[in-house]
Structures are given as structure tokens and as C-alpha cells.
Design a protein. Structure first.
Length: 188
């Protein structure tokens, strides 16, 4: 009996020690900035293009809303979405022509580098390729001017009172009137 108790206590202590060692290794884990360190990319993969284009699209949307605060909360229309996507393809083409995938991948987590890279190429696309022409226009070689987006007119107010020629009845009034009339029997 004492032997069994001693073995149980010893096993419990071993479990506790190994658990603490395992937790210690997890806590000590090293942070890796590259989610796939062993994968060597030689080409721009479809997934990387998709992710980067989506990031560009979100940044472009923020840029437009910052330039035109009245657009905050309003989803872009189809033509605007198309212009933003064409703009992001232009930016991606310029980045792909300037940087090899290995160099881009090494610096992708450097927010200063990536932010500057995308903004510089975005400006070049607006200036040279005339992308985002509904939102921005190049005034000179150094600055972009936002276009004023026409404000929507205030919606016309519809008077709440019914016109004299319109006599709509509520369902309650219709039911009261129909109570006095004979019931209709559906006949075949």
C-alpha cells in the first residue's frame, strides 16, 4: 500500500515536472517574422499577388476616404472598385518589375519600407497611368489634387399628410366595413 502511494506521488511529480518543462519551451519559443522560413520562392505566387493586391486595395480605399472624408462608410460603386483594382494592379506590376521576390520577401514586414514602396508606386501610377481618375488628378509633377466628389442632394421630403384624392384605409377600417357584408363562400 505504501509502495502504491509512493509510486503515485512519484508519477504525479514527474507529470508536473514534464508539464512545466514543456510550457517553458513553448514560452521560450522564438518569434519568426517569416511564417514560412523554409519555403524558397522563385516566382511571385498567386497567393502572394492576391494578398498584396488586397492590402493595396485596402490602403487605396483608406487613401481615398482620407482625401474625401464624406465618403466614409459609403461602399464604393462598381466603377470605383474597378478603378481601385486597376490601380493596385499597376502598383503590383511596378513593384514586381523593380524587386525580385527574394528581396521583397525579406523586407515585407518592414512597415516603413512597404509603406513608402506602395505610396511611391501609387503616386507614379496616378501620375503616369492616370489611375484613380475619378478621385485624383495630377496638378504638376509633384502633387496630386483630389477631385471634389459631387454631394448628393438632400432627399426630397414627402409630405406626411395624404392628398385629398387618395383615400387609403387602414386594415382595421376595412375589416369593420366588411363585418356588415355577407361572407363570401368559395364555390367551385
Amino acid at each position: 500500500m505504501i509502495k502504491n502511494t509512493l509510486i503515485q506521488v512519484l508519477l504525479c511529480w514527474l507529470v508536473v515536472v514534464f508539464t512545466i518543462m514543456g510550457i517553458g519551451k513553448v514560452i521560450k519559443g522564438e518569434e519568426s517574422r517569416d511564417p514560412y522560413p523554409n519555403i524558397k520562392l522563385h516566382n511571385w505566387t498567386t497567393q502572394l499577388l492576391y494578398d498584396t493586391t488586397n492590402a493595396c486595395y485596402q490602403g487605396t480605399l483608406r487613401w481615398i476616404v482620407m482625401s474625401n472624408p464624406d465618403l466614409a462608410g459609403i461602399p464604393p460603386g462598381f466603377e470605383s472598385q474597378r478603378q481601385m483594382l486597376v490601380h493596385c494592379f499597376c502598383v503590383m506590376d511596378r513593384i514586381r518589375s523593380k524587386y525580385k521576390i527574394e528581396e521583397y520577401r525579406k523586407r515585407v514586414f518592414d512597415s516603413q519600407f512597404i509603406g513608402g514602396l506602395f505610396m511611391d508606386n501609387a503616386f507614379e501610377c496616378v501620375k503616369d497611368e492616370k489611375t484613380l481618375r475619378s478621385f485624383f488628378v495630377v496638378e504638376d509633377n509633384e502633387s496630386i489634387k483630389r477631385l471634389n466628389i459631387p454631394q448628393f442632394d438632400k432627399p426630397t421630403e414627402i409630405p406626411r399628410e395624404n392628398p385629398e384624392d387618395s383615400k387609403e384605409e387602414s386594415p382595421d377600417q376595412q375589416q369593420e366595413e366588411s363585418e356588415g357584408s355577407p361572407q363570401t363562400i368559395f364555390q367551385g
